[in-house]
Design a protein around this ligand. Structure first.
Ligand SMILES: *Cc1c(COP(=O)(O)O)cnc(C)c1O
Length: 399
């Protein structure tokens, strides 16, 4: 049957729960930084499935790894070992602070594992987790409760107990929230959904000191910032602050569903057979894609290239900010995650700017109602960046 955008939209709107306000395009093919819809229109993708397809769409080595593994073994229970899963955990341990890995299927699940581990490993029933206002940690009940944005809570109360939120950037206010129930501080080294807001390294170090002083665990949610997005394999590596637990997901398998929780041997010891599990977590096909993703990112020069092209994107965005001061406040981000922070006038246009760029064949989104967010594949070229910026400039010119 012939499919078109309109056909798939009409059929989809009839049968899907309405959780997404989708653009009127049905994507059928991807290659590198390009996508094509069912009507044959081409898009330059600076969204990457929300910071997921970091090696671009259908990266040949990933496609090959998936196909090869799918011909060998697709799934067995975690009651048995498999090669790809073991190799993945080894790569994560060899390239981070961590000594132990738990594999899941999504970011929210990785955070659930982290929260459960923080509670059980407190050893004395402490359960409260402090996270930050403006944060995003997922859509399950516990991770929604951890998320510091009221709009994600509305209608779902009562939320699970044991989550409190500290104002962004205020160490004293954070310390005031610590009490006899507190077991952990949870934060993103750079808030992604919250509007591309990096946390100052001194602030992160302050959190580390508070955790050490009060016997709390420091959990970094690197679901969006990890796997090369900020220019190092993990964002914490640029801050000099080492967490006790780190969660990963999004880009880890370049598009296949995965989540991971990493920690030290000592903390991990609180999880024993029966305390936590996942049927699919570490699935061999997904793990094979993740192994290939990590090996690619770890190749000599790959992350240096990301940093250099990220700087190129930052500079181009800064020029836009200088040129359109009534719409744009400035640029913030790291590596290859950048936000154009909008002025009040710009904010009233944020959604419209994204929609008009979509109509012109350019994809990105509007994060936290404060910033246009650009998370292209890490392999994006300077000429693709030029094309994107030129089109955005010509649109901003119209306001
Ligand atoms: C996307 C995201 C999540 C949730 O991940 P899912 O895979 O959608 O459950 C959690 N934390 C951060 C920082 C994220 O960016």
């Amino acid at each position: 049957m012939e499919v078109s955008n309109e056909d798939l939209r009409t059929r989809g709107d009839r049968v899907f729960v309405g959780t997404y306000a989708r653009y009127p395009a049905a994507m059928v093919k991807g290659k590198g930084c390009l996508l094509w819809d069912a009507d044959g229109r081409e898009y330059l993708d600076f969204l990457s499935g929300i910071a997921v397809c970091s090696l671009g769409h259908c990266y040949p080595a990933i496609t090959e790894a998936i196909c090869r593994q799918a011909g060998e073994l697709v799934h067995v229970s975690n009651l048995y070992y498999t090669g790809p899963q073991t190799e993945l955990a080894e790569l994560l341990v060899d390239n981070s602070f961590a000594e132990k890995v738990f594999l899941a299927n999504s970011g929210a699940e990785a955070n659930e594992a982290a929260i459960k581990l923080a509670r059980i490993s407190s050893g004395d029933g402490r359960y409260e987790v402090i996270s930050l206002e403006g944060s995003f940690h997922g859509r399950t009940l516990a991770t929604v409760a951890a998320t510091g944005q009221a709009k994600f809570h509305k209608g779902f109360e009562p939320l699970p107990e044991g989550f409190v939120h500290a104002p962004f950037g205020d160490l004293q206010a954070l310390e005031k929230l610590i009490n006899a129930r507190t077991c952990a501080i949870l934060c993103e080294p750079l808030q992604g959904e919250g509007g591309v807001r990096p946390l100052d390294p001194d602030y992160l170090q302050g959190m580390r000191d508070l955790c050490d002083r009060h016997g709390l665990l420091l959990i970094f949610d690197e679901i969006q910032t990890g796997i090369g997005r900020t220019g190092s394999l993990f964002a914490y590596q640029q801050t000099g602050v080492v967490p006790d637990i780190m969660t990963l997901a999004k880009a880890l398998a370049n598009g296949l569903p995965i989540g991971a929780m990493l920690t030290t041997e000592k903390i991990a010891a609180s999880f024993v057979p029966g305390t936590h599990a996942s049927t699919f977590g570490g699935n061999p096909v997904v793990a094979a894609a993740a192994v290939t993703t990590l090996k690619t990112l770890l190749q000599d020069g790959f992350l240096a290239g990301v940093r250099s092209r990220g700087k190129y994107l930052q500079t181009a965005l800064q020029r836009l900010a200088d040129r359109f001061p009534d719409l744009l406040v400035g640029v913030r981000g790291r590596g290859m995650i950048w936000g154009l922070v909008l002025t009040e006038k710009g904010n009233s246009l944020g959604g419209e700017i994204v929609k008009k760029m979509f109509e012109r064949g350019f994809l990105f989104n509007y994060a936290g109602n404060v910033a246009l967010r650009f998370v292209p594949p890490l392999i994006v070229s300077e000429s693709e960046i030029d094309r994107f910026i030129k089109e955005l400039a010509s649109l901003l010119e119209e306001y």
